[in-house]
Design a protein around this ligand. Structure first.
Ligand SMILES: [Zn+2]
Length: 106
């Protein structure tokens, strides 16, 4: 058993924009990233007064509940970097140690 402690495996972003929660009948479990830099009416309504090409939107969907969080480019880069860095660490560990179980220590 391998004990793993990584400072790079944690990200906490206090977003500029408030999240929204809505109930959507038939919504299934998923994570979506919307690059809504489009001029269609739906994207324009979602962006509101925000400039095009400045933000993106993330959605977590679970059992008809949709949580939407608009993020800035800085926030997106921070989240993406943490996910990439930590995923690469885990891939390297899995390649090195095979199927041994990894346990994160507090
Ligand atoms: Zn659109």
């Amino acid at each position: 058993m391998i004990h793993l402690k990584s400072e790079g495996g944690y990200a906490c972003v206090a977003p500029v924009f408030a999240s929204t929660v809505e109930e959507v009948e038939g919504a299934k479990q998923l994570i979506s990233i919307d690059i809504d830099d489009c001029c269609c009416p739906i994207c324009e309504e979602d962006r509101g007064a925000l400039e095009i090409y400045t933000t993106m939107s993330m959605r977590l969907v679970h059992n008809n509940t949709v949580i939407t969080q608009r993020i800035t480019t800085t926030e997106a880069i921070s989240i993406a970097k943490t996910l990439m860095d930590y995923a690469n660490v885990l891939v390297e560990l899995a390649e090195e140690f095979g199927s041994e179980k990894l346990v994160e220590m507090d």
